[in-house]
Design a binder for this molecule. Structure first.
Ligand SMILES: C[S@@+](CC[C@H](N)C(=O)[O-])C[C@H]1O[C@@H](n2cnc3c(N)ncnc32)[C@H](O)[C@@H]1O
Length: 240
């Protein structure tokens, strides 16, 4: 097993504030699903399973808690196998997003959904994401390119700008490239609670008991402050 998955799993098990923040995001994902079988891609430390045990959880790396090894860019499943694909912080790790979207269209049934939580680069979050390593933000990249400059790279290498490029800045081009995927949601999430929790880092600036109240406050502020400072985006695409 890749030791990074094991480390992430231990962080998950020992950090209550992280579980509290993610539970809110998992609930949103669950609420966006179509009825029927669900495939998780890039399941990593396997956290989603605690909230949705029926999900088929996969990753390009092997781990005992995952159901299968699967590369998002060459999915080992028959056409129309799933009603949903869920991915949490995975799209921005893929070398060839374009190939992945073709695969998603292939394995999703008509009316099926691709539900993602990804980093959002806004004026405030961009400052943090650019200056807090380890994942770079590269806006000059072309996530719609037919071929990637590097066909292979480490599973944890990333470009956090990819979701913002595809779903906000180059949304029209994305829609033209994949007319079979219709946008159902592209909302901003996570203003201050997630960054103050430290995510998978060992520190947190807030106790887990404060999370539900802070998230309620965020929900009220998101329509105004989301475009300025959101750290994440919630994306739902439907296969037509
Ligand atoms: C930041 S982790 C997110 C893990 C988990 N979804 C979570 O929220 O904790 C990104 C995951 O994407 C996986 N990944 C990277 N490239 C992949 C690919 N081509 N196909 C499937 N999974 C991939 C990595 O192995 C890693 O587990």
């Amino acid at each position: 097993m890749d030791p990074r998955l094991d480390t992430r799993r231990r962080q998950w098990e020992t950090k209550a504030v992280l579980r509290e923040v993610y539970a809110d995001l998992y609930r949103r994902m669950a609420g966006a699903l179509a009825p029927g079988p669900t495939l998780e891609i890039g399941g990593g430390s396997g956290n989603l399973k605690a909230y949705a045990p029926q999900v088929c959880s996969t990753d390009v790396l092997e781990a005992p808690w995952l159901d299968a090894i699967a590369d998002a860019q060459a999915l080992p499943f028959a056409p129309s196998s799933f009603s949903n694909i869920v991915m949490f912080d995975v799209l921005h790790h893929l070398v060839r997003p374009r190939v992945f979207f073709s695969e998603a269209i292939r394995v999703l049934q008509k009316g099926g959904r691709l539900v993602m939580v990804e980093p959002a680069i806004t004026p405030v979050s961009g400052v943090f994401y650019r200056f807090l390593p380890p994942e770079p933000v590269v806006f000059r990249a072309d996530p719609l390119a037919e071929t990637a400059e590097e066909a292979r790279r480490d599973a944890f290498e990333a470009n956090q700008a990819v979701p913002t490029l595809l779903f906000r800045k180059r949304r029209v081009e994305f829609q033209r490239a994949f007319p079979q995927l219709v946008f159902r949601d592209t909302s901003f999430l996570s203003l201050f609670t997630y960054p103050h929790s430290g995510g998978f880092r060992s520190w947190s600036l807030i106790p887990s008991a404060a999370v539900p109240g802070l998230l309620r406050l965020e929900d009220a502020l998101l329509p105004i402050l989301g475009p300025l400072m959101a750290f994440r985006m919630f994306v739902v695409l439907e296969r037509t």
